[in-house]
Design a protein around this ligand. Structure first.
Ligand code: 8YV
Length: 328
């Protein structure tokens, strides 16, 4: 469709630079408020747009897709994870799906280490003490955390982000272990000095820290279920910057409360922003509002990727970041 400007609907506010560029290139409808679209607004959007740009806060499921207009040909997700989109149904309806991989890798890996240090070095407790003006001076036994250097880190999901976590963990002196659907090539394993575990159960039982870095798919849902969480050493810490659905959140909460798991750093939750309230009460848990990739640079680069995907499609080619259902 070279001569017609594509009609693009963006479901959330994006950085100015991204919105401006989109307005120059496309017949774009931008979001005026920083709130997710209602179901009605989303339905209206997919009925009238050629391209939809959703985010994780939009559920693009089969019932919504069944209402798409014939002109909807591309869902250019603003995000790397596509578990908010029914990619199989989209494909059956001839709608392509693209995402934004790569540009949020380093930021998310940074946040993984930040959460790990926050939990193990009790940073929130220190901050709370300072803010409450409760600090009465240094004491040799105050705020003792545990060292991450020398500890065993088990990375669950060794894709781009998992490997970026491994590089950082190496720099902190941790021993890197991983479980993945596929073993890495020997030369990559060697650079990361990473030990592969075919058995997730065996890896879990031996780690000091588990970092969840795999996507949420039907096969990773509750990968860390109640049975597996019981395998953890009581001194172990879990960090999750991927998707909450990979962990059984209630079982994790029970384990933390019972002292069977030493701590957790969680940026994502099983049910979006409705969090098990007991998690909030636990001193050994650091909670963040899904901000792993939240840097201005990252958001702009995500927007640029979305634009390249739409433009390439408009020029009659496959978007470079097309998501193929078989990849999931
Ligand atoms: C994004 C993410 O901020 O890209 C992802 O998969 O989890 C986040 O870091 C969010 O998904 C944007 O839609």
């Amino acid at each position: 469709m070279p001569n017609k400007r594509l009609s693009v609907v963006v479901t959330r506010r994006l950085p100015d630079a991204v919105e401006t560029r989109m307005s120059e290139l496309f017949d774009v409808t931008l979001r005026q408020t920083d709130a997710p679209m209602t179901r009605e607004e989303l339905t209206d959007a997919i009925r009238r747009s050629d391209v939809l740009v959703p985010t994780i806060t939009d559920q693009i499921d089969s019932s919504l897709l069944s209402q798409a207009g014939d002109q909807l040909k591309l869902i250019a997700n603003f995000g790397a994870g596509v578990d908010n989109i029914d990619v199989h149904t989209a494909r059956q309806r001839g709608i392509l799906v693209s995402n934004t991989p790569g540009v949020l890798t380093e930021d998310t890996a940074d946040m993984t280490l930040a959460l790990l240090l926050a939990v193990t070095r009790k940073i929130p407790q220190g901050l709370a003490e300072m803010q409450a003006d409760h600090w009465r001076g240094w004491s040799p036994m105050a705020h003792l955390g545990s060292r991450i250097g020398g500890k065993r880190l088990g990375i669950l999901g060794m894709g781009r982000i998992g490997q970026a976590v491994a590089r950082r963990a190496q720099a902190f002196g941790m021993q890197v272990h991983y479980h993945n659907r596929r073993r890495l090539r020997p030369e990559v394993e060697e650079v990361l000095d990473a030990t592969y575990w075919e058995s997730l159960d065996q890896m879990i039982a031996r780690m000091d820290v588990i970092s969840v870095n795999c996507p949420h798919t039907p096969s990773t849902f509750h990968l860390l279920n109640a049975r597996r969480l019981k395998l953890l050493k009581p001194s172990a810490v879990i960090v999750n910057t991927s998707r909450g659905e990979v962990i059984d959140e209630n079982a994790l909460t029970r384990g933390l409360r019972a002292g069977e798991i030493a701590g957790a750093g969680l940026d994502v939750f099983e049910h979006g922003h409705s969090i098990n309230p007991r998690l909030r009460e636990l001193p050994n848990v650091v909670l963040l509002p899904h901000m792993g990739s939240a840097t201005l640079e990252g958001r702009v680069e995500m927007g640029e990727k979305v634009i390249v995907n739409i433009k390439t499609f408009a020029d009659g080619h496959r978007p470079p970041d097309q998501v193929i259902p078989a990849m999931l």
